[in-house]
Design a protein. Structure first.
Length: 274
């Protein structure tokens, strides 16, 4: 079985940042089919554009823009890509990075399909930081990654805790549907009083209902901007913002950059110097 060394992925790298203990790549996938292989180090794949089928020995994933996977080291898998343009963002760590930050990679077994919007929000910040790529970027990325691993560990631990049935149903509703849910609409669907839902939401989701919905909207916006197919006005309304001013101010508040500037940095990849 083929082993890929640090920084190796099947495609063309538009950007490759080599730090001492981790490597980041922005890659166009060029292979229609990739046979069984594994990577030397643990890494994240964040699909930016296109679609991808991926399978390991336990699970299979049909990935679309915005899908985020974590693979632990030597986790074997294979891929099939449609003919469409497909682009992925990767962060790969060597063992020294985990030791340096007192993180055990063995806490994250196999492959994880990460749907938590808070984790994706942090990964978006990492992606933006790679496009800024100044003297502070390495430290900023490391701090964000520590936060991501902390939230993944909490998420995996929480799976062992018995939760009310409405928590699972809420996750399914908010993560799998396109409806722009309000607290009242969700409470009616769950048959739970909105005051109780609002009070209990933070306990199970790690943030308020409003912040959770806001991150879902912004994560969707990041994906649509990266696809470079829609205007900012179309993206604004497709993500549930009531006007462009609100969209721009919310985006900038979270990501410290305007949607237009992010668009320029994200979609100018072929002009990035490797």
């Amino acid at each position: 079985m083929n082993e890929l060394k640090r920084g190796d992925f099947f495609g063309t790298h538009y950007q490759k940042l080599n730090f001492e203990e981790f490597t980041i790549t922005d890659t166009e996938y060029t292979h229609h089919k990739v046979d069984w292989h594994f990577h030397e180090n643990p890494y994240f794949t964040y699909l930016l554009q296109g679609k991808l089928y991926e399978a390991n020995k336990k699970e299979e994933y049909y990935l679309e823009p915005g899908s985020l996977l974590f693979h632990n080291w030597q986790d074997s898998h294979h891929n099939i890509k449609p003919k469409d343009y497909t682009r992925g963002f990767h962060i790969e760590f060597n063992s020294d990075w985990f030791l340096k930050h007192n993180i055990s990679s063995m806490d994250f077994e196999g492959s994880l399909n990460l749907k938590n919007p808070i984790i994706k929000n942090l990964m978006n910040k990492v992606f933006i930081e790679t496009k800024i790529n100044d003297n502070q970027s390495q430290l900023s990325i490391e701090l964000l990654m520590i936060d991501i691993f902390d939230k993944i560990k909490t998420q995996e631990t929480d799976k062992q805790i018995k939760k009310p049935e409405w928590v699972k149903k809420t996750q399914e509703i908010l993560l799998e549907t396109e409806t722009n849910y309000t607290l009242d609409l969700l409470s009616k669907e769950l048959n739970i009083h909105p005051v109780h839902l609002s009070r209990e939401f933070h306990r199970y989701f790690g943030t308020t209902f409003g912040q959770y919905i806001r991150r879902l909207k912004l994560n969707k916006a990041i994906t649509l901007i990266s696809s470079n197919k829609l205007s900012m006005t179309e993206i604004c309304y497709k993500c549930g913002f009531y006007d462009q001013s609100h969209f721009i101010s919310t985006f900038k508040q979270i990501y410290k950059i305007t949607p237009s500037n992010f668009n320029k940095k994200s979609n100018n990849v072929k002009n990035i110097q490797l």
